[in-house]
Ligand binder design. Structure first.
Ligand code: SF4
Ligand code: SF4
Length: 371
């Protein structure tokens, strides 16, 4: 296992982190805890959980009683749920109690989906203030944040200087959408943890369809993991495991990972551009819609349909998640606000039929609302 320093914290973390979101929750906690201990024996030392991941914190608590090596704990609380300094303190204590530990190494201001969430967290008397007090008392060590925002907003939060690290969704397919934030965080000396390195399973499920993005001699999945592990801007790749074989696979990739440098990034962007014309690359050239429709975000979501060959029914089912948690949080207008001015289509580097796609999307959004 390779280890790198998490930002400027002085902590050396494994480049593969254990994402505690995907336990098989039908199994007994002890069995899941065995998987945690197995990962620790394989060299993983960064364990990420959250109070909202089912029994995840409890499972880690069972494992932590008997871990076979040194480890770091990461958990989270949402500013929308814990919006005062006192409430933040309660959140920290709840997580400490659930996991049976005395200190949390990385505590995330969780799930910033728009700037209003960040502003709520850092207002006087708000969550951030409470977390600073907890840090002063030694209950937590590093205050970090997790974000589902576009790269420019992540950059603004990084520039505030309040945080030591960031957790965000970035992978081989969507990295242009958030890369500005990744680079800003890296340049500012923050740790960068990537969640969803395999596009929520879309990459392994469509490995062959995406073969153009794979390096020679590798599957697309292997290239996607190498990208996350080998890009110097990314500190830890969080991977969810349900079986020891998954741990072994991720560790093998990490051990073999060659650096993923600027030339690799450029080549991947070019391949997204040149060979996958039907996919939005998240380049952002189409921004500035007069009706405030977040065109890049909508087109990134539409990628799901193309990559995963999703049916209309499946897309309708995913509307709520995209609106509340995904690419479309904080949007100022829905797809049906389009007035077909063609400004975005004229700017689109991929010559995508944006208006046509927005009409399809508007129908999914309508169906999801039961209209
Ligand atoms: S065509 Fe529609 S989405 Fe595109 S810029 Fe005009 S109003 Fe916005
Ligand atoms: S210009 Fe085209 S490829 Fe670029 S973000 Fe907009 S829709 Fe996607």
């Amino acid at each position: 296992m390779k280890y790198v320093e998490y930002g400027r914290t002085g902590k050396r973390v494994s480049v593969i982190g254990f994402g505690g979101m995907r336990f098989d929750q039908d199994r007994p906690d002890e069995q899941n805890a065995d998987l945690v201990r197995y990962a620790c024996r394989q060299g993983i030392n960064y364990f990420d959980t959250a109070p909202g991941y089912g029994r995840s914190e409890d499972i880690f608590g069972v494992a932590f009683k008997d871990m076979p090596g040194a480890y770091y704990v990461s958990t989270k609380a949402m500013p929308t749920s814990y919006d005062t300094a006192g409430a933040a303190r309660d959140a920290v204590h709840k997580s400490l109690d659930r996991m049976g530990i005395d200190k949390i190494d990385f505590f995330h201001v969780w799930c910033l989906r728009k700037m209003a969430h960040y502003e709520l967290a850092v207002r006087p008397g708000g969550m951030y203030e409470g977390l600073c007090a907890c840090r002063d008392e030694g209950l937590i060590e590093h205050i970090v944040f997790s974000s589902h925002q576009p790269g420019g907003e992540i950059r603004d939060i990084v520039d505030s200087g309040r945080f030591e690290g960031v957790l965000l969704g970035v992978n081989l397919l969507n990295f242009p959408y958030r890369w500005e934030g990744v680079e800003a965080a890296h340049a500012a000396g923050l740790g960068v943890v990537a969640m969803n390195p395999l596009g929520g399973g879309a990459i392994p499920q469509h490995d062959g369809d995406l073969a153009r993005l794979a390096r020679e001699g590798e599957t697309t999945t292997e290239t996607a993991l190498r990208f996350i592990v080998g890009a110097p801007q990314i500190t830890v790749a969080l991977v969810g495991f349900t079986d020891p074989e998954h741990v072994d696979f991720a560790c093998r990739i990490a051990d073999a990972a060659a650096p993923f440098d600027e030339a690799d990034l450029r080549r991947t962007r070019d391949r997204l551009d040149a060979n996958m014309n039907e996919l939005c690359t998240g380049c952002g050239y189409c921004e500035g819609c007069p009706k405030n429709i977040p065109v890049p975000a909508y087109m990134q979501w539409y990628n799901d349909k193309l990559i995963s060959a999703k049916s209309d029914e499946e897309m309708v089912k995913s509307v709520e998640g995209q609106h509340d948690w995904g690419l479309l949080v904080g949007r100022q207008a829905d797809a049906d606000a389009c007035i077909e001015c063609r400004q975005c289509e004229e700017a689109c580097t991929q010559h995508l039929p944006i208006i046509e796609r927005l009409k399809e999307i508007a129908a999914w959004e309508k169906a999801a609302k039961g209209e």
